[in-house]
Design a protein around this ligand. Structure first.
Ligand SMILES: [Zn+2]
Ligand SMILES: [Zn+2]
Length: 117
């Protein structure tokens, strides 16, 4: 596996952690894995021409990233990374959390509840 493919896979796994909290990568369906890889590819190959990359939710940028607490009991502080071309990991986690919550209470009116349009 080339270095770039490895990097892509790592990215895909990071995204999967947010999209499928609690599910190990190896338990995801092939379709989900492919989707995560596609998304990782998009983020990886995204090269802002002139405009600055800005998160569509919180407005953070590469030079002004969100501070997030390290996951899985680690007492570390890190910064957000790009999950989509214009969505940072901090906001993606919040969205995933809200989606899970809505699914639980079956609040169909919530816009986060409906799958991607
Ligand atoms: Zn954000
Ligand atoms: Zn951010």
């Amino acid at each position: 596996m080339g270095h770039e493919e490895e990097e892509l896979l790592n990215r895909a796994k990071e995204i999967a952690k947010i999209e499928f909290p609690g599910s190990h990568w190896s338990y995801l369906s092939l379709r989900d894995k492919e989707e995560m890889l596609e998304r990782a590819k998009k983020v990886y190959s995204y090269k802002p021409a002139e405009e600055k990359r800005v998160c569509r939710v919180c407005g953070c940028t590469d030079t002004n990233a969100c501070i997030v607490e390290g996951g899985e009991g680690e007492d570390i502080i890190s910064t957000c990374y790009w999950v989509e071309a214009d969505l940072c990991s901090a906001c993606a986690e919040k969205e995933a959390f809200r989606r899970a919550e809505c699914a639980e209470i079956e609040q169909a009116s919530c816009r986060m509840h409906s799958p991607n349009p």
